[in-house]
Write a protein that binds this ligand. Structure first.
Ligand SMILES: Cc1ncc(COP(=O)(O)O)c(C=O)c1O
Length: 472
């Protein structure tokens, strides 16, 4: 039965609501990627009711630092009036209309703005509601393109170990996390995985030079193309900085070599910037930061600072050309792509980023952020601190010298049994992740400065010190 609940802040923070919301949540709300049995012991599901700047609050009024911008999205922090007003203003004009053969001014302006940021000739924006849909759209566009070009065999996609590209069947096929795929096989056939750019875990004979490691890793893509047959390979998908596994930055020259290989074998290069874009790495698009021009950029999350679900697949002139004139159309779309109010939200978000110099702020402060987190190297379980911009990962290890990692049982105990809970209880919302080797992921809102970095470091120090004492 539907119930209507109205409350002011005092009611939201009333203690008795906690059990209420948690129990009601357990009854009907199926949380994503969550063990629904995790609270069988009577524990309460955290109920988040409010956000302000880089902080979130639960229903008891307790404040937490939002250490991963909610889910790598809230670039400008919570509750920015200007963004909220932009939604309301546009919704009053027209709250929704599709872009299926019709256009609207805010979607047009947003497409213009996004293409003013893209490198090279990535001039054509196909809006989606999510990053996963953007990845799905890129894969389908490339397939249709090659069929129209008389190369129907080109359909396979190469991507990297442990990379996450979304959960729909197509995007999941590109995802390189075996555990995320096992229940959904068979997926799209023929896709192939190659090494990522985790230099900390590079094969022993490629640890002397990061540049050499980068060339080695990129050349595995060429090897895969040759193995599969270049006439069957359609695309390579890479995040410039790979999130899953913990912030693998591209070695100098790596992305350039990937571009070169793609050109040589007529394979499309897709940069999945679902997390990387919109200031996370100090540029609107990370491809720009690393000096590479892909054929497609996919993005989402931070485009609206998470205030509205919006993604995009941005394609170059070559991919758009067969659709420019005549009767061809890309046979693909989503109900809410190019949502007029969502586009207004994105425009407001990007206008603030321009006005406040968010990218410049990130570039000016990224070294301080890293240096602050690197102070944790004095703890015995901190093996590696890596990343770029406001996007860092801490790899935790059993032995710093040998880089020995935890086995599945230890990792389960450490991450799920202790770290995730302890970090949250100590006031830091972030993510302990073991899709690859165990890491703590950090991606604070882009408005943060040294005081916030210190706050993050201090909570991490408390919790990781306790974790060390549990292990050693
Ligand atoms: C690199 C990358 N691609 C795709 C996705 C999927 O995005 P969404 O959850 O918006 O579908 C994500 C989500 O985290 C991502 O990190």
């Amino acid at each position: 039965m539907a119930t209507t609940t109205t409350f002011d802040n005092a009611q939201i923070f009333a203690t008795d609501h906690k059990e209420n919301w948690s129990n009601r949540s357990k009854d009907h709300l199926w949380m994503h990627f969550s063990r629904m049995g995790a609270y069988d012991d009577g524990g309460s599901i955290p109920i988040i009711v409010k956000g302000e700047g880089p902080y979130i609050y639960d229903d008891r009024g307790k404040r937490y630092f939002d250490g991963i911008s909610s889910l790598f999205a809230v670039q400008l922090g919570h509750a920015r009036e200007e963004i909220i007003d932009a939604y309301a203003k546009q919704a009053r004009e027209i709250s929704y209309f599709p872009i299926w053969s019709y256009s609207n001014p805010t979607a047009i302006e947003l497409a213009e703005k996004l293409t003013s940021y893209t490198p090279g000739d990535l001039n054509h924006v196909f809006f989606t509601s999510t990053g996963g849909e953007a990845v799905e759209s890129a894969a389908k566009l490339i397939k249709q393109y090659f069929k129209m070009m008389g190369k129907p065999m080109k359909h396979k996609i190469i991507s990297r170990h442990i990379a996450y590209h979304g959960t729909t069947q197509g995007a999941l096929s590109i995802t390189g996390i075996p555990g995320a795929k096992q229940y959904f096989e068979p997926l799209v056939p023929g896709h192939h995985k190659v090494p990522n750019t985790n230099f900390y875990r590079a094969p022993l004979n490629h640890r002397d030079s990061v540049e050499e490691f980068g060339q080695w890793a990129a050349n595995r893509i060429e090897e895969a193309i040759l193995f599969e047959g270049a006439d069957t390979v359609a695309a390579v998908f890479v995040e410039p900085v790979q999130n899953s596994g913990g912030c693998f930055v591209p070695p100098p020259g790596y992305l350039q070599r990937v571009r070169e290989i793609c050109d040589q074998y007529d394979v499309m290069m897709v940069c999945d910037e679902t997390i990387n874009a919109f200031g996370r790495i100090g540029e609107y698009f990370a491809s720009t930061r690393y000096g590479v021009v892909p054929d497609i950029i996919t993005c989402g999350k931070g485009m609206t600072s998470g205030y509205f679900p919006m993604g995009a697949m941005i394609a170059n002139e070559r991919l758009y050309e067969p659709f420019r004139h005549g009767t061809a159309s890309f046979l693909h779309g989503f109900t809410f792509g190019g949502h007029p109010a969502g586009a207004a939200v994105a425009l407001a978000n990007l206008n603030i980023m321009e006005r406040e110099g968010t990218n410049e702020h990130v570039r000016a402060n990224e070294a301080a952020f890293k240096a602050t987190i690197e102070k944790l190297y004095d703890l015995p379980i901190v093996g590696d601190v890596r990343g770029a911009g406001y996007f860092l990962a801490i790899e935790i290890v059993k032995d710093k010298v040998t880089r020995e990692t935890f086995n599945a049982e230890e990792s389960e105990k450490l991450l799920r049994g202790f770290l995730s809970k302890a970090l949250f209880e100590n006031g830091l919302y972030c993510r302990a992740d073991d899709r690859g080797d165990p890491v703590i992921q950090l991606a604070p809102p882009l408005i943060c400065d040294q005081t916030h970095f210190d706050e993050i470091e201090s909570i991490l120090r408390t919790v990781l010190t306790e974790a060390s004492s549990l292990i050693f």
